[in-house]
Design a protein around this ligand. Structure first.
Ligand code: ZN
Length: 435
């Protein structure tokens, strides 16, 4: 069997080399592929790549039976030419293969990628370990495979989070997530300081809201014609916030020790500059919780206790927070927000909260951005008399919102399955009737 396998793989490699060579020659002859043809080639290449990755995972599982994890990870990284992190993911997925059913088949047939299979494997194992039972785990696994085949990684991750939340005890989840918190910094190949962090949703959502709020302010303060990508301003916001925190601490220290000891002029200047960008308003974190869950301090079947756009949180933590000024709490038993409408452009707080609770992701088909979202009058523009109502408002990421408000694109009708809307070039068919 080994000799046959080696020959087949050598042949597959030669086939790929021939295709790559032909593509290069066709380009040089001016006899290249049309856009549609290139897309078809790309789709097939994607499948071949997923299959090759699946083969690496399967063979890694065999390798792990004879060698230690560290050794195997090193081998996978050097043979595939990937980073240590990517190799770790492959090896970890290989270790969980034996527990998988439909996801293993989907991986072997090139229907899902390694990244998708890794999410499914982790979720299925967690559901199983949380006492959901093997039957529940298979149901979850089958559903996630279907999602992976039809939706992007963003949707898959969200469904995976929900599936775990259903079976896992919120207090146990909070404890587990607390031990999983982490922050690392390193110097990258360009000599820049890079970092990675992971925070439990309870505190993480607040940090994210503060960071996003500061980023938006810096973005808006920049001259409109010369704005940089928002990620750069987010980096500036992080620097500002950490410095402002240090300055505040130092000032508190000065006050404690008496003013005579230090009058640091540069600190004062920096504090003023930081203060000009953000006058210290606490951003709002929204939590959606069922009344019964809040009273009980725990969720049961079908009840929600979550931060929209982030994920489920511990109801006991919400109870502790009640009364804190930065928290707005929407109790799902409250009045039906769909009836609230407003004539001005300003979105009333009640309506804003309902829109936050309805899910926070860009409404454009194929876009899964959940940060820097802005509300858009989706059906009828505000300038053309469109009401500020639940039905006429939707979330768009800052980039898509800009393209729409600049008049470069418009939203098509929502897809009946996903509810998302295509972003069409201005003047394309499917135009909303005027008025
Ligand atoms: Zn978007």
């Amino acid at each position: 069997m080994f000799a046959w396998m080696r020959e087949e793989l050598d042949r597959a490699g030669e086939t790929l080399s021939r295709v790559i060579g032909a593509l290069g020659e066709a380009g040089a002859d001016g006899d290249g592929l049309s856009g549609a043809q290139a897309r078809q080639v790309l789709e097939r290449a994607g499948r071949v790549r997923r299959l090759a990755d699946a083969l690496v995972v399967e063979v890694t599982a065999r390798l792990a039976e004879t060698a230690g994890t560290r050794e195997v990870t090193g081998m996978v990284a050097s043979v595939t030419g990937t980073s240590a992190g990517e190799a770790e993911r492959l090896v970890s997925l290989a270790g969980g293969l034996a527990r998988l059913g439909p996801a293993r088949d989907a991986l072997a047939e090139g229907r899902v990628s390694v990244a998708q299979a890794a999410v499914i494997a982790e979720t299925t194992a967690a559901v199983d370990d949380a006492g959901g039972g093997a039957g529940t785990a298979v149901v979850v696994e089958t559903r996630l495979v279907r999602t992976a085949e039809t939706q992007g990684l963003g949707v898959l991750r969200r469904e995976a989070t929900e599936a775990r939340a259903v079976v896992e005890d919120p207090a146990a989840r909070a404890r587990r997530q607390r031990t999983a918190r982490s922050l690392r910094c390193w110097t990258d190949v360009d000599g820049m300081v890079a970092g990675w962090f992971r925070l439990p949703p309870e505190g993480g959502a607040e940090i994210r809201a503060i960071l996003e709020d500061r980023t938006r302010r810096i973005y808006r303060a920049a001259p409109a014609g010369a704005r940089e990508p928002i990620e750069r301003y987010a980096a500036d916001a992080l620097v500002d916030l950490v410095r402002a925190g240090t300055d505040a601490e130092r000032e508190a220290g000065v006050r404690r020790d008496g003013p005579s000891r230090s009058s640091d002029a540069s600190t004062a200047t920096r504090a003023t500059r930081a203060g000009k960008v953000a006058p210290g308003i606490r951003p709002v974190v929204h939590i959606v919780v069922d009344h019964a869950a809040l009273v009980r301090g725990a969720t049961s079947d079908g009840e929600r206790c979550e931060i929209p756009g982030v994920g489920p949180v511990d109801p006991t933590w919400v109870r502790q927070l009640l009364g804190d000024a930065f928290l707005t709490l929407m109790i799902r038993k409250g009045r039906d927000i769909r009836t609230v409408a407003h004539v001005g452009r300003r979105v009333p707080a009640e309506l804003h909260s309902a829109l936050v609770a309805s899910g926070r992701e860009c409404d454009v088909a194929g876009c899964a951005r959940a940060s820097y979202l802005e509300l858009d009058h989706c059906e009828i523009d505000h300038a053309r008399g469109g009401p500020t109502s639940y039905q006429n408002l939707t979330w768009l990421c800052w980039e898509h919102h800009q393209r729409k408000t600049r008049g470069q694109a418009r939203l098509g009708p929502p897809d009946p399955q996903t509810g998302k809307r295509p972003l069409l070039p201005r003047g394309a068919v499917g135009r909303a009737p005027p008025g």
